[in-house]
Ligand binder design. Structure first.
Ligand code: PGA
Length: 255
């Protein structure tokens, strides 16, 4: 049985007051929830990570970064290493979020280096994959997602790959209000699990958590989570409101 994993990607939002306040409100709302039943993480902007880690202390809420660089130290102006992210008390990081792929221009080789660096630095990467609208319309969803996973996870043996969570986020569903239907998401998730079984083995694939992301809201979370191969949610906009994010978390806990 895969434990649901709900993560809130705050993107370039919040500030030094609202970020810690948001995590405190989440901690209060989760106080009566059996934490053996769900894993929760928040993913704030770099500059607030330490403050949010501090505010999340003892709440059981994990904190992650939205990106990392693949080198550990040196002359890389503006970059942040996985050791630094680990050092401020985080345990997750996103790798290859679609906004980094399509707005900043990151490619699969760079993302693969980041996944390796995350694991080598003691972090648990959340590798984001997903097709553009035109790729879906051209019938290329499987091809694109397969490429993102094969290249993103290249060179990871099973021991290292265990650290990875996958997040299927169709780009056309991110921030657009257009969620993939639970059936559309399930189809891709099942394909991903089949690919992981091919790359590793079936029992490895059965244990791997695959999140769905893209316009997740309190009113569609339960239906998505009921699908066999959807094991968690990566939530953008709705993770910025404590009540909405708490409702999504609660909707994800199996009855
Ligand atoms: P959204 O973002 O929930 O606002 O669509 C999801 C994401 O980009 O991770």
């Amino acid at each position: 049985m895969r434990k649901p994993f709900i993560a809130g990607n705050w993107k370039m939002n919040t500030d030094s007051h609202s970020g810690p306040a948001l995590v405190k409100a989440l901690a209060a709302g989760l106080a009566n929830i059996d934490r053996g039943k769900v894993d929760v993480a928040v993913i704030p902007p770099f500059v607030y990570l330490a403050q949010v880690v501090n505010a999340a202390r003892a709440s059981g809420i994990s904190v992650g970064s939205q990106d990392i660089y693949f080198e550990q130290k040196g002359a890389f102006t503006g970059e942040i290493s996985s050791n630094m992210i680990k050092d401020v008390g985080c345990n997750y990081c996103l790798c290859g979020h679609s906004e980094r792929r399509h707005v900043i221009g990151e490619g699969d080789e760079l993302i693969n280096k980041k996944v390796h660096a995350a694991i080598n630095g003691g972090l648990l990467p959340i590798l984001c994959v997903g097709e553009l609208l035109e790729e879906r319309q051209a019938g290329k969803t499987e091809e694109v997602v397969e490429r993102h996973i094969r290249k993103g996870m290249a060179g990871l043996n099973a021991e290292k790959a265990e650290a990875v969570t996958l997040a299927y986020e169709p780009v056309w569903a991110i921030g657009t209000g257009k969620t993939a239907t639970p059936q559309q998401a399930q189809e891709v998730h099942a394909m991903i699990r089949g690919l992981i079984a091919e790359l590793y083995d079936k029992s490895f694939a059965d244990d791997m958590r695959i999140q769905y992301g893209g316009s997740v809201k309190p009113d569609n979370a339960a239906e998505l989570m009921q699908k066999e191969d959807i094991d968690g949610l990566l939530v953008g906009g709705a993770s910025l409101k404590a009540d909405d994010f708490l409702a999504i978390i609660k909707a994800s806990i199996p009855a």
